[in-house]
Structures are given as structure tokens and as C-alpha cells.
Design a binder for this molecule. Structure first.
Ligand code: BGC
Length: 495
């Protein structure tokens, strides 16, 4: 197996690290406005300064080089480039910032993986309805077109949407994240419909205008939790687990990687329940044949983020209020023996990642796969001695490499979330995900590599888990002799 091209990296996103929220002509995003309302974010935190990455290109590139990563995944702030969201307002300072970052990466042989949309919609576009408005398809396309034209000579890996299910459900269904639309029964489906069309549109723009000269790849990046049926011998629980995955990820990847259309089980469940709810038509919109053709095949690789696993069982859910959640007819729980973390619902279940990778392989015909985010949040101000995080990465990476080496999963890369401690959305700066600690009390936002950064750098250097080092460090960690255990487990590294 040729594995020299396996790409190790770290990930971040614009709003979580950049700061400079109104610097040099940047327009406001929905996250700027949301975080400015007292009470919305834990401890009154905002992303106004964050890690100040907007002013720290050199520092950030230096740290990435020290880690030895092959790629860095970050996102572009749309309103830093187009303050009003439209291409009639172009902010050259924003473009300069991304040019400096991209140039710095390329000069150090670090491949940029660039997300076009990681949740921070320009407020001006929310004012016309956000992702509920089909006008956003054209507007997103024109933003993407500009980015391909401006950065595509150096950027060869693009991601359209980070976690489209979170955008649709948390943003427009549960309403927990901006724009806080609380319409669980229908808005998420309408929004997802628009996101899929916008994604396909951008893919075709790349294909038609840039691929020949720039030669990159483009995909979207769903969030996926592995789910295990509660009773594996009960076909109803097995179906429930599959249904959970279809509603979570198949919602986007079935149209793109399969037939241009939603998963059958979604069409059936939402259609059937809509009928029982006396609605004139299904709450799940329908694609025309032309749209299905247009959407099918619009990803060159399969990217995803994953943090945890759940246990799923079949459940008979209420018909009202109408809800994407009830439509799934499942209930989920976690195993209380799984180690918890700072994020509710994020438990460390490393073996789930191997199963998930195998599911993707089987479901979508073994496409090239990139794990774009994986990591653990720990609630502490100073966790430079972050042995828990080392254990998380060790076990998760080990399972990912088992999927690759033993199961034949076409895994091409692994990215840790995250490069450094950053603004963790509703939780502010409380949970820390970083390989680098950031001191948010210091105006200079100094970064300090944690132990996990040193460990991850070693994984990268070894192109896999360094066996000898692993046994020593883990046995030191557990203060027990587990060398034999390590050997028997067969930890994975590339020969
Ligand atoms: C998001 C990140 C976030 C991470 C940890 C993912 O859902 O893409 O932005 O920081 O989870 O909560």
C-alpha cells in the first residue's frame, strides 16, 4: 500500500480563531451579532479577538511547521472578503490576509484545505432570509467563484460547507445556533435543499471554469456520529441505526454520492408522517430529474468530522409538533462507561470511528476519505499536560489506521481538531480542544504547545503511531506496565 501521500493535518475555522471581527472593513457576520448579545454565550465570551490569528499569520505558520503537518484546514470568513456578502463590496485587506496565510503555508510545503463556509454568514445575507432564501445559491456561488479565481492557483482542496446538518438543524430547526430559527418540522428540510443546490452549483462552477487549469478537489464536510444498535440482534434497532445515519449524513451524501436524491427511508418517513399530519405534501422537498442530475457526483472526495458515538434504538415518536427529530423514529443514548468530555454528548468511543469508516466504505463504494475534524474538548484553563487528549488521539488514530490497513478503507488523511484552543461556539472559551494552549487573558494571545502537540508531531513524523514511544508514554501515564497489552493490540503505523 502506498501511504506516503497520507495527509496529516490540523483544523480550525475563521470565526473560532481569527478575531479582528470588524478590522479593516470586515462586515459583520451572524456570529458577530449573536455573540454580542449578552447571555448568548457562556461567560459573555465573543469571537471579537479569539486567538487573534488575523494578526498572527507568521506565528501560526511557524507552529504548523513545527508540528510537521502536511495540511492545514481553515475557513474563509465570507464577510471579511465581501463585507456585504456580495461581490460589489470587495475588501482587499481581507484578501491580503488570506493571501499571506496561503503563501506562508505553501512556502512551508503545507497544503491548504479551505472551507468556504463554516457557519459565519454575512449578516447582510441573513437580512434577506439566510439559507432559507434561494437567492443564497447565486450569492454563495459568486463568493466561491471569486475565491477560486483569487486563491485557486495555490489552493487545491476546497470544502463547500462545514457540517450542513448542523447548519440546517441547529440553525433553522432547534434554533440553538444563529440564525436561531425555531422551526423543527420544515425549515431544516428546506434549508438542506438549498444547501445541496448551492453546493452543487459551486462544484459545477469549479468544474466548468477552474478545474482544468487549477486541478484541485472539492467536497462538502458532514458531521457524523457512529451509532450502534442497542440490541444488535433486533432488526428494528439495526434499521433504526441505519435510519439515524441516513437522516444525519445520507441527507446530504446520498444525493451527492449516490443518485441525486434523498435516502429512500427519509422520503418514506417524512412523506408518510406528513400525510398522517394532514399536510398537503411532504415536508421533505422534491428534486426534479434535472436537479438530481445536477447534484449527483458533485464531490471528488468524502470528507467528514467525527467526535463520538451513540446507541440507538427504534422509538415510536409523537406526530406533533412536526420535527426532523421525531421523523427519524429513533431514540439515542450513550453508554455511561464511555469517558465523557467537556462537550455534552461527546464521549470517547474510538472503536466507533473504525466502524464508521467501514460504513462509509460500504455505503458509498469506498471513496477517498478524509477525516477533517476529530478531537476532544477538555474543560480546564490550563491543560498543557493533556494526557487525556493524548489517549484520545492515540486510540482514535489507531482505530482509523486499522480501518485503513486491515479493512481496506480508502482513507487518505486525518486532521486533528484543533490546531489551538479557540472560541467553542455557545461554550465560549471554556472547553479546550487545542493541541496548543492559548492564553485568552493575555492581549498577545500567546500559544504554548501542549504535550498532545508533541505527541501528534511524533505520529506525523512516524507516519503512524510510534509503537515504542507509545508503550512507554502510556504506561507512564497509567503508572502501570502495559507494554504487552500494546503489542497484543497491534497498534497501527505505516511501515
Ligand atoms: C465544528 C467545530 C467545533 C467542533 C467541536 C464541530 O462540530 O465543526 O467548529 O469546534 O465541532 O465542538
Amino acid at each position: 500500500m502506498n501511504n506516503n501521500n497520507f495527509t496529516w493535518g490540523v483544523s480550525s475555522s475563521a470565526y473560532q480563531v481569527e478575531g479582528g471581527w470588524d478590522a479593516d472593513g470586515k462586515g459583520p457576520s451572524i456570529w458577530d451579532n449573536f455573540s454580542h448579545v449578552p447571555g448568548n454565550i457562556k461567560n459573555g465570551d465573543t469571537g471579537d479577538v479569539a486567538c487573534d490569528s488575523y494578526n498572527k499569520v507568521e506565528e501560526d505558520v511557524y507552529l504548523l511547521r513545527a508540528l510537521g503537518v502536511k495540511n492545514y484546514r481553515f475557513s474563509l470568513s465570507w464577510s471579511r472578503i465581501f463585507p456585504s456578502g456580495r461581490n460589489n463590496s470587495i475588501n482587499s485587506h481581507g484578501i491580503d490576509y488570506y493571501n499571506r496565510l496561503i503563501d506562508g503555508l505553501v512556502a512551508n510545503n503545507i497544503t491548504p484545505i479551505v472551507t468556504l463556509y463554516h457557519w459565519d454568514l454575512p449578516q447582510a445575507l441573513q437580512d434577506i432570509g439566510g439559507w432559507e432564501s434561494s437567492a443564497l445559491i447565486d450569492l454563495f456561488d459568486s463568493f466561491a467563484d471569486f475565491c477560486f479565481q483569487t486563491f485557486g492557483d495555490r489552493v487545491k482542496f476546497w470544502i463547500t460547507f462545514n457540517e450542513p446538518q448542523v447548519i440546517a438543524w441547529a440553525g433553522y430547526g432547534a434554533g440553538t445556533l444563529p440564525p436561531n430559527v425555531n422551526d423543527p418540522g420544515s425549515a431544516p428540510y428546506r434549508v438542506a435543499h438549498i444547501l445541496l443546490k448551492a453546493h452543487a452549483r459551486v462544484y459545477h462552477t469549479y468544474d466548468d471554469k477552474y478545474r482544468a487549469s487549477q486541478g484541485g478537489v472539492i467536497a462538502l464536510c458532514p458531521n457524523i456520529d457512529w451509532v450502534e444498535p442497542k440490541t444488535p440482534s433486533d432488526p428494528r434497532d439495526i434499521e433504526a441505526a441505519d435510519r439515524y445515519l441516513q437522516f444525519l449524513v445520507g441527507w446530504f451524501t446520498h444525493p451527492i454520492f449516490k443518485n441525486g436524491d434523498y435516502p429512500e427511508v427519509m422520503k418514506w418517513k417524512v412523506g408518510n408522517r406528513s400525510e398522517l399530519q394532514n399536510l398537503p405534501s411532504s415536508r421533505l422537498p422534491v428534486f426534479t430529474a434535472e436537479e438530481r442530475d445536477y447534484i449527483r457526483g458533485t464531490a471528488d472526495v468524502f470528507c467528514f468530522n467525527s467526535y463520538t458515538s451513540k446507541i440507538v434504538t427504534h422509538s415510536t415518536t409523537r406526530l406533533r409538533p412536526f420535527s426532523y427529530e421525531y421523523d427519524q423514529e429513533v431514540s439515542t443514548k450513550v453508554d455511561s462507561s464511555w469517558p465523557s468530555s467537556a462537550i455534552t454528548g461527546h464521549r470517547a468511543v474510538a472503536w466507533g470511528l473504525r466502524r464508521l469508516l467501514n460504513w462509509i466504505k460500504e455505503e458509498y463504494g469506498n471513496p477517498p476519505i478524509y477525516i477533517i475534524e476529530n478531537g476532544v474538548g477538555i474543560k480546564t484553563k490550563s491543560d498543557v499536560d493533556d494526557n487525556t487528549r493524548i489517549l484520545y488521539y492515540k486510540t482514535y488514530i489507531d482505530e482509523a489506521l486499522k480501518a485503513y490497513k486491515l479493512d481496506g478503507v480508502n482513507l487518505r488523511g486525518y486532521n486533528a481538531w484543533s490546531f489551538m484552543d479557540s472560541f467553542e461556539w455557545l461554550n465560549g472559551y471554556d472547553p479546550r480542544f487545542g493541541l496548543h494552549q492559548v492564553d485568552f487573558d493575555n492581549p498577545n494571545r500567546p500559544r504554548t504547545p501542549k504535550r498532545s502537540a508533541v505527541y501528534y508531531a511524533e505520529i506525523i513524523r512516524n507516519n503512524g503511531i510510534p509503537l515504542a514511544h507509545l508503550c512507554v508514554s502510556i504506561s507512564a501515564l497509567l503508572r502501570t506496565e502495559i507494554v504487552f497489552h500494546c503489542v497484543l493490540q497491534g497498534n497501527m503505523f505505516f511501515a
